[in-house]
Ligand binder design. Sequence first.
Ligand SMILES: Nc1nc2c(ncn2[C@@H]2O[C@H](COP(=O)(O)OP(=O)(O)O)[C@@H](O)[C@H]2O)c(=O)[nH]1
Ligand SMILES: [Mg+2]
Length: 447
Amino acid sequence: MSSDTIFAPATAPGRAGIAVIRISGPKTGKALDRLGIDSCTPRVMTRATLKDPATGEVLDDGLVAWFEAPKSFTGEDVAELHIHGGRAVVESVLTALNGIGGLRPAEPGEFTRRAFDAGKLDLTQAEALADLVDADTRAQARQALRQMGGALKTRYDDWRDRLIKALAHLEAVIDFPDEDLPVETSAALWGTVEILEKELSAHMADDGRGERLRNGVHVAIVGPPNAGKSSLLNLLAQRDAAIVSETAGTTRDVIDVHLDLDGYPVLISDTAGLRDAQDAIEDEGVRRARDRAENADLVIALFDGAVYPERDATTTTLINETTLVVVNKADLLDQAREQERDLEDKWRATHFVSVKDGFGIDLLISKLTQWVVDLCDTGMDAPITRARHRHALGECRDAMTRARSATLPELAAEDLRLAVRALGRLTGHVDIEELLDVVFRDFCIGK
Ligand SMILES: Nc1nc2c(ncn2[C@@H]2O[C@H](COP(=O)(O)OP(=O)(O)O)[C@@H](O)[C@H]2O)c(=O)[nH]1
Ligand SMILES: [Mg+2]
């Protein structure tokens, strides 16, 4: 482990009331000393005047939090300087710190890396910390907080412990065939592996909801030209993100807007109207529109009410069970207001809206929100949130499946070892020493 003492602003650059500079490492106490801060009680905010170590000039009047090793975020001595958030103040304190021997600016992620090295966090918790900082919506923050609290770590550690135990039993059967091992050992260990395999499968059968919540639900608005796709996007975004015009073929590229629907993150895309393009650029736009429709989690197929009940054929071909069918310009359809039910029967589950006068928009938004929530909610308190997790879990499960059908115990043991390693990669445990611990603790063979 590095013995450098590192420092970095913990708050974003720019003007702000307060900025926090974090210092971690063995020379943290010395750094405070040099800044003219003498006595700090650990874990209590102390008022302090920060002075330039070279000139004695007052740099700022602020607060200092001091955390003594090992009871700190990184496990090392840590201090937080809470100073005024002006550029000049922050710069002067950073310059002063840089001038102190043994201190250097931190690399990106270095504080968290040290926390990981000190065993304060596992990898899933470190990832969750990054997710929490990146969270744009309430539901994302909630998910990140649960993971940071160890929701995934606890589960993966438990699985890994049970697998290591099973592997230790198998190793014992292989290494000491003549010993008086309980007859049920072998049956019990394969029972454990089978149960673990089932638990992993259940955990993985979440339809990617946790990952979707982390990344945002992708919604594409597609439809014929002039249906009002760009108007709908602007209405949802509450700003003029896309150009609206009565000229068909105005939108040529994909326009993405981030939305927060009831705490859930959505990336909604306006696309070029689907038609036989007039030129190469529009043609590319139409290709991108189709591409978005294919890759989106949800598609809003928007039809032009001006030609109702005629329904654009190309857009119709894109409709499937993840499509919300919507007819815009209901203001042009008196019957849509008066006989809504009748119309719904003609085009099953069709929503009638008017971007122009707001008709049906609230209903559309609540329907959309419901779909988005359904796409993100796992009902589990610890869903998989990254492709990295899914990949490692898949490897672990495959290795267990192979182990259970292996012909020789030695081959089965090798596969179980791979399964343990896959789980270890998930949380950042890589040592095999623990296996030996279990072997010695549980068996004491040969004393
Ligand atoms: N009557 C009526 N016109 C609308 C409505 N929504 C959009 N429009 C008009 O339809 C035309 C095309 O709109 P636009 O959003 O550019 O359609 P896009 O080609 O699908 O993106 C514009 O002149 C809009 O003002 C609506 O609800 N009712
Ligand atoms: Mg448009």
